[in-house]
Structure formats: structure tokens, C-alpha cells
Design a protein around this ligand. Structure first.
Ligand code: ADP
Length: 264
């Protein structure tokens, strides 16, 4: 049997977007969180599923560490809502410092619960923050639900390109169309407003062009962004006029444009 034959839509959810990266620490969760908030700013109903079960960061990014979701009368888990986005994370079920060791069947069950036992309600977009790397979670997700598109987060160092390529081929292997790549920590802006690249550029752009893949956004390196995350308020909410907030909004616009194209 084709493993993808087990796929079933999540009732009420129109589009599913998965955010992945080849390795940790490139800003995948920061991008997923602000993409979700950006889609909400564009008037959509949005959910964010933190499928990074090994190191969940949504509770911290949205300022709801230690909170536990309620269960409704149909025994469904009610997602927490912050800044108008519905949130679900393994971090709401277990403590942040508890190491999670998963075996295949447990992982399958946990993912199933995330998709079927959460009262997501009506959503235009469900954004899924995948664990870094190219592992089981992405495969399990792809087998269970129809994902409209994958977004790969990458940093501009030429060294990081190999990881980015792996994430791109992972999506291809599990038959998820890649919407494009987000270049995070792309540049810095000096106090004089000058744009300075942090790393020599070139290979990523050349690679994307050779594969006919789009760069969806360039997000600046901005210490304030990390501070917003630590404070539990996504940058798009805390600094809506900042360059990084504008970059996240244009990312949301690109995702909307390309998702509609993919599903038609
Ligand atoms: P990942 O999900 O890929 O592991 P995170 O989103 O957790 O990465 O980001 C890793 C660290 O880098 C966090 O401290 C985060 O606040 C910081 N960070 C992410 N993007 C940026 C950026 N554009 N500018 C400054 N700091 C950033």
C-alpha cells in the first residue's frame, strides 16, 4: 500500500503549511511563529502546531510556559489562543526540561492526537513547526495529513546550504511541494540605515535559481527579535513597524499567494 494513502484532511482546516530546516538554531521556530501571526494579520484564521516534540518552543515564544490546555465536552483538547492564533504543543503536555524519547508507534500516536484530537475548529491555515533535520515526524505528518506546501528556513552561510538542500529533498521525498526558502539572519541594518550582509552571499541564490525555487523572504538579523521571543511576544506583535515585522508580513503574503497557486 502507498503510505500516503492513509492521508485524511483535518476537518475544518483549509491549508496546511509545514516549516522545516536542515538543522537547529537557524530560526525555524521564530519564522513559523511569525508566519502564523502574519497570516492572522492578513485576516486569516490560523493555528500553529509545534511538532518539534524533541524541543518544543511555542510555549516560550507565545508567553504561555507551564499552561495546560482544557478538554472540551467531546474529550477534544482545546488549543490555547494567543494574539489570535490557536496553539498546540507537546510543551503544553510535559514540562520544558523533560527529555522526550520517542519510539515509532508513540510518535505516530502523538501526531495523530495533534491532528485528530485537538479542537482546531475552522482554520484557513495550520502552520506546522517541524523538528530540525529530516526525520520521522515529517514522514509521519506527510502520511497522515495532506500538506499544501513546505517552507525551508536557512541561514545565508555557504556552509549551511548543505543542510538547506537536505530539508528541500526531505519535502520532495515525502511528496510535499516546496513553496520556497526563507533566508534568516540575512543581513543587518546599521544605525545609518545601511544594509550589511553578515556572510558572503551567492551559493544559496545560485542553487535556488538552478532548482527553480523561490526565496520567500530575507529576514534581518536583529537582536530585538530574540528579545521579543524571550519575552513571549512574537516580533510582529511587539514591533509591528520594524523591518523584521515587515519581512514576516511579506513572507505571509508569499505563502498565501503560492498556496493558492498550489491548491488550484
Ligand atoms: P530553531 O527553531 O531553528 O532551532 P529558533 O527560532 O529557536 O531556531 O532561533 C534560535 C535563536 O536565534 C533564538 O534565540 C532566536 O531568538 C534567535 N533568532 C532567530 N532568528 C533571529 C534573527 N533574525 N535575528 C536575531 N536572532 C534570531
Amino acid at each position: 500500500m502507498n503510505p500516503f494513502d492513509q492521508q485524511a484532511p483535518i476537518q475544518g482546516v483549509k491549508h496546511i503549511i509545514a516549516v522545516g530546516s536542515g538543522k537547529g538554531g537557524v530560526g525555524k521556530s521564530t519564522v513559523a511563529a511569525n508566519l502564523a501571526v502574519g497570516l492572522k494579520h492578513r485576516g486569516h484564521k490560523v493555528g500553529l502546531l509545534d511538532a518539534d516534540i524533541y524541543g518544543p518552543s511555542v510555549p516560550r515564544l507565545f508567553g504561555c510556559l507551564g499552561q495546560r490546555p482544557d478538554v472540551d465536552s467531546q474529550s477534544k483538547i482545546v488549543p490555547l489562543t494567543r494574539f489570535g492564533v490557536k496553539l498546540m504543543s507537546m510543551g503544553f503536555m510535559v514540562d520544558e526540561d523533560m527529555p522526550m524519547v520517542w519510539r515509532g508507534p508513540m510518535l505516530f500516536k502523538a501526531m495523530d492526537q495533534f491532528f485528530r484530537d485537538v479542537a482546531w475548529g475552522e482554520l484557513d491555515y495550520l502552520v506546522i513547526d517541524l523538528p530540525p533535520g529530516t526525520g520521522d515526524v515529517a514522514l509521519t505528518m506527510a502520511q497522515k495529513v495532506p500538506v499544501d506546501g513546505g517552507v525551508v528556513v536557512c541561514t545565508p552561510q555557504n556552509m549551511a546550504l548543505a543542510d538547506g538542500k537536505k530539508a528541500i529533498s526531505m519535502f520532495a521525498q515525502v511528496k510535499i511541494p516546496v513553496l520556497g526558502v526563507v533566508e534568516n539572519m540575512s543581513f543587518m541594518t546599521t544605525p545609518q540605515g545601511e544594509r550589511v550582509s553578515l556572510f558572503p552571499k551567492g551559493e544559496l541564490d545560485a542553487y535556488l535559481m538552478s532548482r527553480d525555487l523561490a526565496k520567500l523572504a530575507e529576514i534581518p538579523f536583529q537582536p530585538q527579535l530574540a528579545l521579543s521571543s524571550e519575552a513571549g511576544v512574537p516580533a510582529l506583535e511587539s514591533q509591528p513597524e520594524s523591518a523584521e515585522a515587515k519581512a514576516f508580513l511579506s513572507l505571509a503574503d508569499e505563502v498565501i499567494r503560492r498556496t493558492v497557486k498550489h491548491s488550484s
